[in-house]
Design a protein around this ligand. Structure first.
Ligand code: C2E
Ligand code: MG
Ligand code: MG
Length: 618
């Protein structure tokens, strides 16, 4: 009646009479001798049967669909031997029915798992009738995959297990995604080392466990010397190669149980635990490790077929959990590291309590410098530069921090800190703007129109991308003559990456800004590359001037610098002239320009303008 397809029913068993009855056009029941009531009864029975058949058909169709899902399904007999699998099983595992039929699947195998996992599966099936969990299995090709499994025991009416139905999905992708998220949160993507967050967590646990065990641990801070210069000049790709190599070296230098992590940039941290309960022994041990690390990182690197030399400064803080917290151990190791940097880099230093004052002072200085930048607590002082007739030709602008309580601070007191805190650009921008503003004012004043103003540029500023564009934009915004601005660079800046330096200086020169090399002669290879640089001025370092009257050697170096400069069409400035004797001697050597206390100290703008206005002359 309602079935669309052919179906065989045991109609004859139902037949009670000899009369013909017709239930539908399709199904004819041949019956004999049947009463009217019986016809109705039979029709009802038959209808019920059809309903049952229809229901069973739906169920079969549904179970066929279910069996065809993405989830792998295995049906085993009560002895756990496979009797049926679905296509998804073959897809996930690579096995056909012929491979596994009548065999026990591996997850039922006590030899396959850790004993406790197998026991759990067995117990759960016996008690609850199912087990669910994640286990790994092997693909036909031998690769291992993680699966999310559900095993159900099927019981008959007599409560006896007749089958097991196992369903599972391959969760490799999910696990990979989870691992990726975990990696991003806790590992450094470049070196795959634990990151700051994971290190902090581990240090926190290490501190707790050292309270229990009374054993010392140590935090070893490593900072690559002058890495920023390499990164800024050779590009980040090159810097990344070095960092990756450093990570490898650290891993192979320390024990497996030590934690090697990367804080970011060129800073790495190694955490050591279980160094024993004796402070002297622990200190000796970290001393050896620190030294080993310095030596290892000092070996020549081969990056993109070029050899590269690098070094690191290492600072170590020991802890034993008693009264240390994560932040203070960090700060102590960091302080020791800066102390290592101060004592000449490529060295190590272990924190001791005498450095505590340094920590407190440093925190205070950092705070104050940020304030100084925000509140513009700076001033330029001007030191006159004269020619051989003693006429003022310009000035060097020297930065001063007018500290609210400490008074006037000199650049050496705060420029290195500004570089370290990454705020040198803000400081440099202030200086550049102040110098341009001054030049703009001088443009309008008769006695000052001729003055060339020189500013000093920090190595880190010069190496920053966009340095030249930024400088030119500021100069143009003040509408000043670019030829009145001169910048001074130190040799080390230029030496680090000579091609980059040539490119930058050429751009400045094209825009009309002249470049001077400051402190010339202090870098040992200076004479070799001088001819390659498009610079216009060379400033002989004041240390030569200071010694010239006593040292024949220094006098001959000065003579040589002057004659070399002249050959290369460069103007020579001698700085640090403190007396007439030095001035006279330099004049004889045909030096071009002169600067030093003998002419004037660096002074404030009012005094400087008075000095220039009085037609300063010796
Ligand atoms: P520098 O460029 O070599 O500047 C010359 C330094 O020598 C100045 O020290 C100056 O005061 C000092 N000086 C001048 N004449 C004499 C002298 O006759 N005898 C002696 N013994 N010293 C003399 P200052 O002002 O302390 O500056 C130190 C350094 O700080 C500068 O060396 C320069 O490299 C840097 N600096 C100054 N201003 C700035 C700035 O605005 N930005 C950056 N990045 N660095 C700056
Ligand atoms: Mg200078
Ligand atoms: Mg100098």
């Amino acid at each position: 009646r309602r079935l669309a397809s052919t179906i065989t029913l045991p109609i004859n068993n139902l037949v009670k009479t000899s009369r013909d009855i017709s239930l539908t056009g399709k199904y004819e029941l041949r019956t004999k001798k049947i009463s009217n009531d019986e016809v109705g009864e039979l029709a009802d029975t038959f209808n019920e049967m059809l309903d049952l058949v229809e229901k069973r058909d739906d169920e079969l169709r549904l179970s066929a669909i279910t069996f065809n899902t993405q989830e792998a399904i295995i049906i085993t007999d009560s002895h756990k031997n496979v009797i049926k699998i679905n296509p998804a099983y073959t897809q996930i595992t690579g096995f056909q029915l012929s491979d596994v039929e009548s065999h026990k699947p591996s997850f039922f195998d006590s030899n396959y798992h850790d004993a406790d996992v197998y026991q759990q599966i067995k117990a759960s099936l016996a008690q609850q009738g199912y087990w669910a969990g994640e286990i790994t299995d092997k693909h036909r090709d031998g690769r291992v995959y993680p699966g999310n499994y559900m095993i159900t025991a099927v019981r008959n009416d007599a409560d006896v297990i007749t089958h097991y139905v196992v369903t599972f999905t391959d969760i490799s992708e999910r696990i990979a995604a989870e691992e990726k998220i975990r990696d991003l949160a806790f590992y450094d993507p470049l070196t795959h080392l634990p990151n700051r967050r994971l290190l902090m967590d581990c240090l926190s646990s290490a501190l707790k466990s050292s309270i229990r065990t009374k054993q010392f641990g140590a935090l070893v801070f490593l900072d690559l010397d002058k890495f920023k210069l390499l990164n800024d000049s050779k590009g980040h790709g090159y810097g990344d190669l070095l960092l990756t190599e450093v990570a490898k070296r650290l891993l192979r230098t320390v024990r497996d149980e030590d934690l090697v992590s990367r804080l970011g940039g060129d800073e790495f941290v190694v955490m050591l635990e279980g160094l024993g309960t004796d402070l002297t022994i622990a200190t000796d041990y970290v001393h050896t490790i620190g030294h080993k690390l310095v030596m290892e990182l000092n070996q020549t690197y081969i990056l993109e077929n070029h050899s590269h030399n690098s070094s690191a400064s290492v600072g170590i803080a020991l802890f034993n959990g008693d009264d240390s917290d994560v932040e203070s151990v960090f700060l102590q190791a960091d302080t020791a590291m800066y102390s290592a940097k101060k004592s000449g880099r490529n060295t190590m230093c272990i924190f001791d309590m005498s450095m505590q004052d340094v920590i407190e002072q440093k925190i205070q200085n950092e705070k104050e410098l940020h304030h100084a930048i925000a509140l513009k607590q700076f001033e330029l002082h001007y030191q006159v530069i004269v020619d051989s007739e003693g006429n003022s030709i310009g000035a060097e602008a020297l930065l001063r921090w007018i500290h609210p309580s400490k008074g006037m601070l000199l650049p050496d007191d705060f420029i290195p800190l500004a570089e370290e805190l990454g705020v040198i650009k803000q400081v440099g921008d202030w200086t550049l703007n102040a110098a341009c503003q001054q030049l703009k004012l001088w443009q309008e004043i008769d006695y000052a129109q001729h003055l060339v103003l020189t500013i000093n540029i920090s190595a880190l500023e010069f190496q920053q991308h966009g340095f030249v564009d930024n400088l030119l934009a500021v100069v143009h915004s003040y509408k000043i003559n670019p030829e009145k601005l001169k910048i001074e660079l130190t040799e080390t800046v230029i030496l680090h990456d000579i091609d980059f330096a040539i490119e930058q200086i050429t751009q400045l020169k094209v825009a009309g800004i002249t470049v001077a090399m400051d402190d010339f002669g202090t870098g040992y290879s200076s004479l070799n590359y001088l001819s390659q640089l498009p610079i216009s001025f060379v400033k002989i370092d004041h240390s030569f001037i200071a010694r010239m009257t006593d040292s024949v050697q220094d006098t001959s170096i000065i003579t040589m610098i002057i004659s070399l400069g002249k050959m290369l069409n460069m103007t020579i400035i001698a700085e640090g002239i403190e007396n007439k004797q030095q001035y006279d001697a330099l004049k004889v050597m045909r030096c071009d320009c002169y600067q030093g206390h003998f002419f004037s100290m660096p002074i404030g703008i009012r005094d400087f303008e008075i000095l220039v206005k009085s037609k300063y002359s010796i």
